[in-house]
Design a protein around this ligand. Sequence first.
Ligand code: FES
Ligand code: FE2
Length: 423
Amino acid sequence: MGFGWGALWAGAAALLLPPAAACWGLALLALLAGAAWLACRPLRLWRGPEAVGYVGEAGWSRAQVAGRVRKSRRTGPLPPVYPNGWFRLLDSAQLARGEARSVAALGEQFAVFRDLNGQSYVVDAYCPHLGANLSVGGRVVGSCIECPFHGWLFSGKDGKCTRIPYAEKVPEFAKIKVWPTCEVDGMIFVWYHCDGVSPTWQVPEQEEVVSGAWAFRGITEHFVNAHIEEIPENAADIAHLSFLHGPCIMSGVDLRHTNSKFWKFIRHNWKAEWQPEPEPDTHCSCLIVKHNITVFGTCIPLLDVTVSAKQIGPGLVFLFFKHSFLGEGILIQTVTPVEPLLQHVVHRIYYQRSIPGFIPKFMLWAEKVQFERDIMIWNNKQYLSKPLLVKEDAAIQRHRRWYSQFYSAHSVKFTSQKNGLDW
Ligand code: FES
Ligand SMILES: [Fe+2]
């Protein structure tokens, strides 16, 4: 239990004591300290694969409903399931010096470890000797990781085995696969390319995040049961903004109730434009969104926000907020495929330190509400390779052409079988 929770509990407990002035004074002090701590601490929300986006049924648990929807979903031809690019594996803060962690993503098992100098490495988790998982009980030794089974030692730099404790000689071919990695903006990324091509672009550093000028104010994590491309394609689907994201956020995330009469007097209005970026940033695209709120049909100009969202490759988005008096900051979205049709989506918000923390926390919460409405669609929809589009939907096709650059000759394909999903 942290200091803040301790203070809150102590304050509450002291209020129950006899009403001596000193006692209540102390209680109030403790409560104030606890409340201040709560206000300052980053917002953290974690939603599991079954937590949101499914319509419950009497007597069924959420997990049962989600399982049935996943199994019975019709899957037509799908794009490959793992695009080429940089994908977040962990937050930097999740990996201490000398620690190793196992991450399953992109159909791979990665061992991510950090040496005592702070350098992080990503290697195949399975030891080529007899298949033990290096990150489950393995020890970090210098810039190497030691297998917990027989003690073979592998370098995080080039994957070479540098020691076999019981052998006279280490064979040349004793190696483990090393994955290109980078640690930027508080996250550890892996470069995944099905054809083994080296990184063709880099994850950009956001100067205000790295320097600490913008403070970390919160994080949300979601699991989405959909093909990865559905998530970025949302940016080019301009028409859904007014329809799905128009109802007031106070009406919640369950699409059966978002058009409730009670909140009808408040609406979110959106204008958006999506464009791919020119050379040398053809792996990027840009969405400019202008948002305002109307109350009884009257616009409240003070709440106008313009967001520019830069998609960088297949699994990373920087959303920049700039507001006349609410300051500026960034919401970083990462999407990492855990399985062919299961995506791990993380949103992290950093905001100008001079702006009170509750403002970016509210923004993150509002984004979470709108994102969970999308999840309810994604979790239950079918990917259509030939959607029935009208002229106003043209950006969706342009987005598909743009996103196809992240697939190549040996991209992993998804195949569905008659009774259930197989891949
Ligand atoms: S399985 Fe790793 S050293 Fe034997
Ligand atoms: Fe959306």
